[in-house]
Write a protein that binds this ligand. Sequence first.
Ligand SMILES: Cc1cc2nc3c(=O)[nH]c(=O)nc-3n(C[C@H](O)[C@H](O)[C@H](O)COP(=O)(O)OP(=O)(O)OC[C@H]3O[C@@H](n4cnc5c(N)ncnc54)[C@H](O)[C@@H]3O)c2cc1C
Length: 308
Amino acid sequence: MSRLIRTRVGTVIGTLAIGGAAVGVYTSLRRNIARFDSPIPSKAVFSGAAFTYLPLESSDQVNHNTKKLRFRLPDSESISGTALTLNTDKITTASLLTFSWPKGQYFPVLRPYTPISNPTNSSSQIDEPGFIELLVKKYPGGRSSTHLHAMEPGQSLLFVAAIKGPQWTPNKVGHVVLIAGGAGITPCYQLARGILDNPGDNTAVTLIYGVNGDEDFLLQREIEQWEQKFPSRFKAIVTVSKPDDGSTLKRGYVDGTLLKEALPDIGSKDSEVYVCGPPPMETNLVGSRSKMGVLEELGYRKDQIHKF
Ligand SMILES: Cc1cc2nc3c(=O)[nH]c(=O)nc-3n(C[C@H](O)[C@H](O)[C@H](O)COP(=O)(O)OP(=O)(O)OC[C@H]3O[C@@H](n4cnc5c(N)ncnc54)[C@H](O)[C@@H]3O)c2cc1C
């Protein structure tokens, strides 16, 4: 009997903890929760706060430390509602805030991940019905990423809400520079797709992507397809810090020298720069309170530089 009571008390405390955390998270993030204007179909799961458990459909190893996780939406007609092509007046990038309680941890973890699911037909301007896909890199000792990598198909993950990232107005400037490091490619990929898939947007896009090894070049097939499909509008420069023997990729880090070489219009007022990567890379490029970043040194104004 006392064991039963203890179990129930445990369950109640657990439920209250999750509920309390969820309410706290909702309250503190309310202003950032993405709300997309019409014409979003009513089946959009992330058009406001979601608090939805989604079952894992499949988990595929992409390279030595990254998996593609495919989650099933509540029904086959549901869409995530985060597809950037939905609203052609203004594009809102978005990540999905996940809540998990990794095994052996005292506290749950909240971490954003950027959906990369492909629309079945980009001209239809809706994202893939029925599913969302995340590309998740596992960090040594990483609480959330280790938990997500250990998930088996059929297990569920709690998605709290879509969190608004930078907004993009089509044709606002002539050239967008996306600078990504490692798993930071996912928000850059999402924004590039929103620009390139929008027939009303003529903006040129340059992607500068720094990775550790050749194997870490994520979304390679998709990026190479863009180079073929948009030869005069899209350019990718991928640089590897520790290339394989015989690597065909550029060698080195994303630094001022590489940026000057890659961007003939560097510092142009008709451009915007978006950065997503490991904290040291972002600090070096974007700067900190005490130090000016490389991008400003190269002539970009602060309001031209954005972080996801
Ligand atoms: C807007 C946004 C979108 C994101 N989208 C994605 C995505 O699509 N895919 C994805 O894999 N991740 C993405 N991230 C990062 C993700 O949210 C987590 O930060 C990441 O999975 C690590 O969490 P963790 O709990 O596993 O690691 P933690 O337990 O928080 O950290 C453990 C250790 O891992 C290392 N570490 C943690 N984060 C990073 C990092 N970003 N770079 C380098 N080392 C790190 C550090 O050494 C740290 O000490 C995104 C982050 C943001 C802010």
